[in-house]
Design a protein around this ligand. Structure first.
Ligand SMILES: CC(C)(COP(=O)(O)OP(=O)(O)OC[C@H]1O[C@@H](n2cnc3c(N)ncnc32)[C@H](O)[C@@H]1OP(=O)(O)O)[C@@H](O)C(=O)NCCC(=O)NCCS
Length: 165
């Protein structure tokens, strides 16, 4: 029987920070997502975007990174929210094993912990290696809005079709 790793979101510490920052996507996917180190800088520089970030672990191995706007309280033209899936990436060597879907479900659980959360927004650049299909497969729907060339998507958190852990 094959072992299915347990996927969990963990806080990034000084111990694993370098390993998490070293996670990479493929060259083709690189245009669609910023790296971990850049994301952490962005999080530090935009506290009013309510950044909430975690490493994605499969058992005891860091395999990915996820960042949300976890309840924006300010009006800001650059922010979509209050709940926005800002970044999700699974290292190229670990893709295709269900970790992205599991991490998304854990992110949904996090957002659902806020009683006021109704929808989780995200956006994606269309194209050959875009994550758009991943989002549509996991319950996100287009809102009809396009922002800076990115298709805006929303996941209805009251919907039974939303991913669960
Ligand atoms: C998108 C991403 C997070 C998916 O992670 P993953 O671990 O490979 O995905 P999973 O193995 O959990 O796939 C779950 C399902 O989604 C499908 N899927 C994965 N990526 C997909 C894509 N780009 N388009 C369409 N379907 C996709 C899989 O085929 C799988 O389908 P199944 O349930 O029928 O088997 C990963 O490909 C990635 O890191 N991409 C680069 C970074 C990126 O673009 N991030 C989003 C912008 S911030």
């Amino acid at each position: 029987m094959t072992h299915s790793p347990v996927v969990a979101l963990r806080e990034i510490t000084e111990v694993d920070r370098a390993a998490v920052e070293a996670l990479t996507v493929s060259a083709e996917q690189d245009d669609y997502v910023a790296g971990v180190a850049e994301s952490l800088v962005e999080a530090a520089e935009t506290p009013d975007a309510a950044p909430w970030f975690r490493a994605v672990y499969a058992d005891d191995e860091p395999v990915g990174f996820l960042m949300l706007s976890d309840g924006i309280t300010v009006e800001h033209p650059d922010y979509l929210g209050p709940y926005f899936l800002w970044r999700i990436l699974i290292d190229e060597h670990h893709q295709g094993r269900g970790y992205g879907a599991a991490a998304l479900a854990l992110a949904v659980t996090q957002v659902r912990s806020h009683p006021d959360a109704r929808v989780l927004l995200t956006s994606a650049v269309p194209g050959a290696h875009s994550p758009l299909g991943f989002y549509l497969r996991h319950g996100f729907r287009r809102t009809g809005e396009v922002r800076d060339g990115e298709i805006v998507l929303e996941l209805d958190l009251s919907d039974a079709g939303a991913p669960t852990t």
